[in-house]
Design a protein around this ligand. Structure first.
Ligand code: ZN
Length: 156
């Protein structure tokens, strides 16, 4: 099981800062999380892909800025890597920093051995042949098995 990613609006206490936070897991999120106002922009959704969560966070921050032009709305990211837990979100991040943060996470996440997509909550293995390969869906495991069968027939 891998962590999921969220984009939420934050009203921080006690300073009243307003920002959108992209967080790795809901436990890392700032306690000042606000109610969901932009469900169509995937506010509060559980994303498997941190880059999709960061893109949603940027859209939410833009929509919020348009609705409340008098507010100064920032964007930040909060993770669970060593040294990140319990720290206040970095006020100096911008959209590019948040996207880079998300891409760095995505680069080290497990990917399907067949199609290369991220492996989400469910991991598929192939019990028909011996391999450590992991897949994001049953289809990919089956395709990989058929290709393995064909490869081995050619060698005989
Ligand atoms: Zn796949």
């Amino acid at each position: 099981m891998s962590a999921q990613y969220y984009a939420n609006r934050i009203l921080s206490w006690p300073d009243g800062d307003t920002f959108v936070e992209v967080s790795e897991g809901i436990d890392a999120a700032d306690p000042g999380r606000m109610g969901i106002k932009y469900p169509h922009l995937h506010e509060g959704w559980a994303f498997d892909d941190p880059v999709e969560a960061a893109e949603a966070g940027i859209k939410i921050a833009n929509a919020w800025s348009q609705d409340k032009p008098d507010l100064e709305i920032g964007i930040t990211a909060q993770g669970q890597l060593a040294g990140e837990m319990g720290m206040r979100a970095d006020d100096d991040m911008n959209e590019g920093d948040v996207m880079a943060w998300a891409q760095k996470r995505k680069d080290i996440m497990p990917k399907c051995a067949y199609c290369g997509d991220l492996i989400g909550e469910v991991t598929y293995y192939n019990s028909d042949f011996i391999s450590d390969d992991r897949y994001d869906k049953e289809f990919c495991a089956e395709q990989a098995y058929s290709e393995w069968l064909m490869d081995n027939e050619e060698e005989e």
